[in-house]
Design a protein around this ligand. Sequence first.
Ligand SMILES: [Zn+2]
Length: 439
Amino acid sequence: MIENMKLRKTNRPGWFEIRSSCPICGEKTWCRINPKEGIVYCMRIPSDEYHDSTIGRQYKHKVDKTSIEPITPEESGDVKKKDLPYLDLIYQTMLSEMNLNPFHYENLTVKRKMTDEMIRVRQYRSLSADIKSKVPIRIGGRLRNMDSLLGVPGFYQSNGKNGPYWTMAGAEGMMIPFRSIRNEVSGFQIRLDHPRLFLRFKGVKPSGIEVKLLPSSGLKGTIVEEMESQNGLRMAYCELHINNVVTKATLTEKEKKSVKGWGEYESISIELVQEDKYQWWSSSNKPCGSSIGGPLPYHLALPVQLLDRWTGELASDIASCDEVWITEGPIKADKAADALQKPVIGLPGVGAYSLAIEPLKELGCKHVVLAIDADAAVNPKVAETLERCVEYFAKKTDMKLSLAIWDMSIGKGIDDLTDSGYLPQIICLVESKSNKAAV
Ligand SMILES: [Zn+2]
């Protein structure tokens, strides 16, 4: 039974944001549920079925709708997000009060082959537990106003011995700035240092139960294992074979009872999955917190030598924006901008293409090149998304739309490809209408 679920209305009829623990990932906020249909769109735990929306990638999971108690949705307590120039002021002040730790520096230089110059100009930072309450004090001191953090996603008020104090949300990881077409920092994604692992059930979906992994689980990787329920015995443990190490997960008696239909199945399979490595830095549903959404940020990356002298004018004033590339993820966009020497928009997911339309129009873009991961090209879900994207562009814009393609064996992402010294081939998907007229 999923009890006392706290829900908040969304713009989509029938759909609610889950403010109490999500039955799939156990986290509060961000995930969505349609109680009538018994569908959860979890933002953190991957599943085979997903789609990209303007709030990010939504993974579809089924829950037993009869197990959901009647609920009364509540109104949002979030503080409205401030406008872009204000967010930029706070975030720039914040960036100047934070550092990049050696672990993240090594990731950027060794794994991602970035130069010190790129790392400095692009302003990546490390979020750790020990700075969460210190940084807000420094920002407040510099702006001479502690309430300046109100309406800035990522910040919220916590309660301490001496009353409420401002602090930063989010798990430890590397913070990656998102930039507008006028170089305003509009928000961040965190690349988590330690994405958590979850068990996912297949066959029967025992909603609302938590499976605890034994402490011996230094788990990595994803694999499906059968969980057997022997007649009468109703076995209550499963074994996960990961990197040749067998780890046991147990269900407690109480949890067993909460599995609806337990014993009706010969076997159910469970899968160990990792939460999304990239998370928005948001303080939605925290005291005095704000959501990063409404609308979500996109990220415009310019080549680093241009970014270094970009002071807030429209990007098209300092760089040619006739051709703009689109990829998934902010770091990939940063890397692609340098490798291709082109402006690149990093979207939170390929399906969030509608976020790019207005910025592209404002930049006067004539040609958009989509550079999505090569392995995605063989994924039918992505093919569907691509089709919708083509339709959308043809209807809403007069821009030419192309797709960058390459041999998957050279690299998965556009950044892997350019790291290997290659450039993709470009094929046209939609011809510009005015171009057609001219011909
Ligand atoms: Zn969830």
